[in-house]
Write a protein that binds this ligand. Structure first.
Ligand code: SF4
Length: 320
């Protein structure tokens, strides 16, 4: 899964942004179409091209900044689709540009299949959403962008909403979920990501960080709402920090180099094979205080799939 940054600038200012603080936003000269075209062809020839996940060759994450702000975004999308007709293209966008219906229609048309758009939402109203994006008007535009994706996507194109779980976000979580269930029940997937503290976010880490188990408790409080989404997923959580009834929602997506294991993981944890491990930034910033080996069996059915290890919870959900 190469992360393919297309454009360093962004049109929102999230407090948890993982982009570098210095020397990134004003490097647009490195992202000219010809430079990106060269990278695409180098990658096709098997050369080392991307910083992150270069070795995984079946899909692209188009990132930034905000990738759709690139002046030649649609041309780049067409190039990637032509050169890699089978690969999944996942567009990580804040959705504001998709508020233009013509741009949304052309993006969906050019992207073809397989294609996913992943859009973050922060709050269930303008006040809460715009407080996190730090951009007035972004709630209305991102919401309209999602509606345009619903109108213009082709059969088989996937729309995902991402919720970046920080301490600030948790305050707005319940209202956000109510809004999503009422306005966007058609979305294919809602992903809750435990925040990786990197880049700009490090400046605000005291306001952002809380433990994984505190974070999981906020999600667990909304257990019934999570179950109403077509597909609700938790990314970047160690299994021991998550109530068992949420385990079927846990997906393992962290790259190996981002993960470490603690003593008890290797020697005493019954679910070591099913667990993603401990994120290095979690250990560095918080000391991973709630990581504890699971010694007793839990009432779950395992899937054998390392990415989605737990098929079902078989206990009493009220007492999980
Ligand atoms: S103790 Fe380690 S292996 Fe076990 S669930 Fe926690 S992080 Fe995963």
């Amino acid at each position: 899964m190469p992360d393919f940054p297309l454009w360093p600038q962004c049109n929102i200012g999230c407090v948890f942004c993982s982009n570098p603080v210095e020397g990134y936003r004003h490097t647009t000269d490195k992202y000219a179409f010809e430079e990106i075209r060269r990278k695409v062809f180098d990658y096709k020839r098997g050369l080392q091209t991307f910083v992150k996940f270069d070795e995984v060759r079946d899909y692209f994450n188009l990132t930034g900044g905000e990738p759709t702000l690139h002046p030649d975004f649609l041309k780049i999308l067409a190039l990637i689709r032509t050169e890699f007709p089978q690969n999944l293209i996942r567009l990580l966008t804040n959705g504001r540009t998709l508020a233009d219906p013509d741009f949304a229609r052309r993006t969906c048309g050019i992207a073809g299949l397989p294609f996913e758009a992943a859009v973050p939402m922060f709050g269930g109203d303008a006040k809460s959403h715009d407080a996190i994006s730090r951009t007035p008007g972004s709630f209305a535009q991102t919401s309209e962008g999602l509606r345009n994706l619903a109108r213009h996507r082709k059969p088989g194109q996937i729309v995902e909403i991402r919720i970046i779980m920080t301490k600030v976000q948790a305050r707005f979580l319940d209202g956000l979920l109510d809004y999503l269930l009422a306005e966007f029940p058609w979305v294919d997937r809602v992903v809750f990501l435990y925040e990786e503290i990197e880049g700009f976010a490090e400046l605000y880490k005291d306001r952002l960080l809380f433990s994984q188990s505190e974070c999981a408790a906020h999600l667990d409080r909304n257990y019934e709402k999570l179950r109403r989404f077509k597909d609700a997923r938790l990314y970047h959580f160690s299994l021991c920090t998550v109530p068992t009834r949420l385990w079927p929602h846990v997906w393992n997506t962290l790259a190996g180099f981002k993960v470490t294991w603690l003593d008890g993981c290797r020697s005493r944890c019954r679910y070591r094979e099913q667990c993603v491990g401990v994120h290095r930034s979690y250990q560095r910033h918080l000391g991973a205080p709630d990581i504890a080996p699971i010694e007793a069996e839990r009432p779950v059915t395992l899937s054998g799939d390392p990415y989605h290890p737990v098929l079902s919870f078989d206990g009493d959900p009220v007492r999980a």
